[in-house]
Design a protein around this ligand. Structure first.
Ligand code: RB5
Length: 177
């Protein structure tokens, strides 16, 4: 189990406070930033962590921002990432058991270090239950794929219309109508 971890400025203190816990459990991790209190845009950090997971080099990720919400919205834009913004251990455990969440998001302005440690522990110790939950994740994957195709198709349609309009623009205007 290798963890990719990241935060923005609002999550930096909580992320830093979680590192000794990961070390005590001998969980290898890599910190993808930020490492200063200067303001940074959380989607950039989410992108680093999600790409590291999708590359196969890391198994799971932890993302911390002010609320955990911006990080989870950003992370869930990456097909194959299932990010859960969580503020209690029960949701963290269920996020793994039922949703197979591979990214845990927390809010540094929402939870303290003690609670965040319990949340992290619950999520790390839980196992995905599969069965009906796998069926539901498969539906999510198919929705994701359909929407990828839809967005490719709509870009192609826009391109097609642009080309046609450009061609139309070159035609002389008819006067016999
Ligand atoms: C930063 O101020 C804050 O908006 C960010 O950390 C996060 O909470 C967004 O969802």
């Amino acid at each position: 189990m290798k963890l990719a971890i990241g935060s923005d400025h609002a999550g930096l203190a909580l992320k830093t406070a979680l590192l000794p816990y990961l070390e005590s459990r001998m969980i290898p991790y890599e910190d993808f930033g930020t490492d200063t209190p200067d303001s940074v845009d959380y989607p950039r950090i989410a992108e680093r962590v999600c790409k590291a997971i999708l590359s196969g080099q890391f198994d799971r990720g932890i993302l911390v921002c002010g609320t955990g919400i911006g990080m989870s919205i950003s992370a869930n834009k990456f097909p194959g990432i299932r990010a859960a913004a969580v503020s209690d251990p029960y949701s963290a455990i269920l996020a793994k058991r039922h949703n197979n969440a591979n990214v845990l998001c927390m809010g540094g302005r929402v939870v303290g270090t003690g609670l965040a440690t319990l949340i992290t522990e619950g999520w790390l110790n839980a196992s995905f239950e599969g069965a009906r939950h796998q069926r539901r994740l498969d539906i999510i994957s198919r929705i994701e794929q359909r929407n990828q195709f839809a967005s490719v198709a709509s870009s192609a349609q826009e391109e097609h219309e642009t080309i046609n309009n450009e061609q139309d623009d070159t035609k002389p205007l008819t006067t016999d109508i």
